[in-house]
Design a protein around this ligand. Structure first.
Ligand code: ADP
Length: 228
């Protein structure tokens, strides 16, 4: 997990106390061989091995053979990685493409092509609350039968509430990515609760305010300022 910490040019890994001491030692004595770091900490070299490899993998320290460890000033890549934790779903979401439960499978497939999306969300005709999700395979599956898909409503093939996996606008990119992977799905509806007359959220009555798909997540990764 990465944490913001002002002391570290904006960003820092959640280091152990010993790792922090190693960094200080290297900063003040670079280049310094691991043997010397170990003696300053009064531990054996092998006890330091895993800490040193964490710090070099995180590009905080650099190991030069036969010379020793250097402190790397540049942790700008950490700022970039940190964006995965600080960027909200709200900033990366796309416009949701919705149909109603009475929409025919034929029209839904047409919508999929016209809107160039892989998933559609199904809303209640009356109050527009989220009631279903349609994936490409949901629609393909129904076309395999000997049926007239222009006469069949999407409600027969959609995945329904309460089985819909959702995300909130103030969740972060990593949370969205994990939810997509853990549930083996391509897209998440970004939702908020409808509010009753007294201003309280109505449970299980969700309004769709966006869509986050694997494409949105991949775009965030591609846009990070990381060198190839
Ligand atoms: P595909 O079926 O084209 O591979 P998905 O992996 O997104 O696309 O969908 C797999 C199944 O999961 C489908 O039956 C679909 O209805 C369902 N599904 C898709 N998105 C969600 C979601 N956000 N919550 C719950 N189920 C979903």
């Amino acid at each position: 997990m990465y944490h913001i910490n002002e002391d570290w040019g904006g960003v820092e890994i959640n280091f152990s106390d010993r790792q922090k001491r190693i960094i200080e030692i290297v900063k003040n004595n670079e280049p310094i061989p691991s043997k010397k770091i170990a003696s300053k900490l009064d531990v054996t070299r092998s006890a330091l091995r895993s800490d040193l490899s964490v710090l070099t993998m995180a590009n905080i320290l650099e190991a030069k053979p036969r010379v020793g460890y250097f402190y790397l000033q540049d942790s700008s890549y950490l700022t970039e990685i940190n964006k995965l934790y600080t960027t909200k779903v709200n900033e990366i979401k796309s416009v949701p493409v919705v149909v109603t439960e009475k929409t025919s499978v034929y029209d839904a497939i047409t919508t999929l092509f016209l809107e160039d999306v892989g998933s559609l969300f199904v809303v209640d005709e009356e109050d527009k609350k989220l009631i279903g999700v349609l994936s490409r395979k949901d629609l393909l599956k129904i076309t395999l039968g000997d049926t007239d898909v222009s006469q069949i409503p999407v409600s027969v093939t959609m995945t329904r509430m309460p089985n819909i996996v959702t995300i909130r606008a103030d969740d972060n990119v990593i949370q969205a990515a994990k939810r997509l992977i853990n549930h083996e799905i391509d897209a998440l509806p970004v939702v908020e609760n409808f509010i009753d007359e007294s201003g309280n959220p109505i449970k299980d009555n969700l309004k769709i305010i966006g869509r986050v798909s694997k494409t949105n997540i991949t775009r965030v990764l591609a846009d990070l300022g990381l060198e190839m």
